[in-house]
Design a protein around this ligand. Structure first.
Ligand code: SF4
Length: 509
């Protein structure tokens, strides 16, 4: 029985025993991964500053789907991240479809009366209104915490109303209180795609009597790969991977962001699915493999020189293109190493701290090692078994052991660590760089859909941007001189992980 036979996907704490509260070192985690006791014990923080709601990554995916209306069934304010994400939707649709389009999102804005009386009637009215007003191909009905608490049955509502509307109704379960692992959101979106969109419709196949076209189409599909992007790559990064994959004669089907819901069926016919980030894709690729016999590669993230080459070799091996890929890799690496020379003297001896979702943080740390930085700390938003090999790669090249903080945000731990480590550079997400920035540390954004990060081109572009950043750190220096963080001096003297596995007081309080 597949997880997708159930209405609701499992949370990652249960499916992968994922961890959010743990302190360790790069060598410690590499050793644990090697022994195959991959899953470290999850801790609990006696004090936490926040978490990431599932709606953030889920809406980043859903808002990109053309011809889709996102209907949030939750309290007013849930999903307000859409306001900041819409720029990505506009830029992304312009880059892919030649037209800047806004995501369409509505909310049932559940209030106190709905909590007492139930919100299903309101949801029904909203679905019918969305269908009539926008005539979309799909309406994704996204449940937040409130329907999860009061027991609204969004699947039942969708089923009962389906015959009365022209849009396909796709329930998505993002009840934020159910999990602390934000990456469960990817499973929630893939869950509804798998259950509702992988059905034959909207695909025009060659007619059986046109044998030549049928054969050509089969030949094309035999060399078509699904390239998974859940919104962690901008078009510029997709183009880099398309460039490399077409360099070994493959056809690329980028999926699922910015893909029309009618085209999702194409993913079931590809010869291979390739993950670009194992944190994102294992749930769905496992299903494509099990249900449609589409094999998948779920390891390595093509960020950094060695990881990009490993990623390409894995793909080429499936198609017997080993010699072809070695020629491509040799040419790309030679050109890249030459281009990086001018930056190396500036980077040599500089220390860096990296913070992001686990796989991205680790792959980026590897890239930074490769271009001459010394990594002195990593903060990963969670940990699961897929990253074990990455800790080993980093430990193998580390000058000395360094700290790894598994933390679903928790900027107070990060501030404490940064005060001690005093790195020359910090890489983190746009909304997570402020702690380092206010401490006067030069920062760079680890993900921005308008910038290049992936493949060989990404290595060069990151190096070029960091070079410029380090040449002029005045902005962060000025920030530190004029702004202070809210923590007391006592906190900076306390051990940074003092609140892990405690009941609300630091261990030495
Ligand atoms: S955690 Fe719950 S209440 Fe908060 S934004 Fe997410 S769905 Fe809404």
């Amino acid at each position: 029985m597949s997880y997708l036979d159930n209405k609701i996907p499992p949370k990652r704490e249960d499916r992968l025993q994922a961890v959010i509260a743990h302190s360790d070192s790069i060598c410690g985690l590499a050793k644990k991964g090697k022994s195959k006791s991959c899953l470290i014990d999850d801790g609990e923080r006696g004090f936490t500053q926040g978490s990431i709601c599932l709606l953030l990554p889920a809406l980043a995916m859903l808002n990109t789907l053309p011809d889709n209306v996102v209907l949030l069934h939750s309290a007013l304010g849930c999903g307000s991240c859409t306001h900041s994400q819409n720029a990505n939707v506009r830029i992304g649709s312009n880059a892919r479809q030649g037209k800047a389009k806004d995501g369409i999102w509505l909310s049932t804005s559940l209030d106190e009366s709905d909590v007492i009386n139930g919100g299903e009637t309101k949801l029904e009215r909203a679905i019918i209104e969305a269908d009539r007003r926008y005539r979309p191909a799909t309406i994704t009905i996204v449940a937040g915490c409130v329907p999860g608490i009061i027991g609204d049955d969004i699947d039942g509502v969708a089923q009962n109303l389906q015959s009365q509307v022209s849009a396909r109704l796709l329930p998505v379960h993002c009840e934020g209180f159910k999990t602390k692992i934000w990456a469960t959101a990817y499973d929630a979106v893939y869950h509804t795609i798998g259950r509702n969109l992988l059905v034959e419709r909207g695909v025009s196949d060659p007619k059986p009597e046109d044998e030549l076209k049928v054969l050509q189409e089969q030949e094309r599909l035999n060399r078509t790969v699904n390239l998974m992007n859940v919104s962690s790559m901008g078009r510029i990064d997709e183009q880099e991977l398309e460039r490399l994959l077409t360099g070994i004669d493959l056809d690329v089907n980028v999926f699922p962001v910015f893909s029309h819901p009618d085209s999702f069926i194409k993913a079931t016919r590809a010869a291979l699915s390739i993950s670009t980030c194992p944190t994102h894709d294992d749930y769905f690729l496992g299903y494509l493999q099990e249900r449609f016999n589409v094999p998948a590669i779920i390891r390595h993230m093509p960020i950094g020189i060695s990881n990009t080459s490993l990623w390409l070799r894995d793909v080429a091996a499936v198609f017997g293109a080993e010699e072809q890929v070695e020629r491509l890799i040799a040419a790309e690496e030679a050109e890249l190493h030459g281009a990086l020379e001018e930056f190396r003297p500036t980077f040599s001896g500089k220390t860096v701290f990296v913070s992001a979702g686990e796989f991205r943080a680790l792959a980026t740390a590897k890239l930074l090692q490769e271009i001459g930085f010394e990594v002195v700390g990593i903060r990963s938003f969670h940990h699961d078994e897929f990253a074990n090999s990455e800790y080993e790669k980093l430990a193998a090249d580390a000058k000395s052991d360094y700290v790894v903080d598994i933390a679903n945000v928790q900027p107070f731990e990060e501030a404490n660590l940064l005060k001690r480590l005093k790195p020359d550079l910090f890489l983190g997400h746009a909304n997570g760089n402020m702690t380092a920035a206010k401490l006067g540390i030069p920062t760079h954004v680890i993900y921005n859909t308008g910038l290049a990060y992936i493949g060989y081109r990404g290595v060069y572009e990151i190096a070029r941007r960091l070079y410029r950043q380090l040449k002029n750190p005045a902005y962060n220096r000025n920030l530190a001189e004029n702004i202070r963080l809210p923590y007391s001096e006592e906190w900076y003297k306390t051990e940074p992980f003092a609140y892990i596995n405690t009941r609300g007081r630091a261990v030495n309080e």
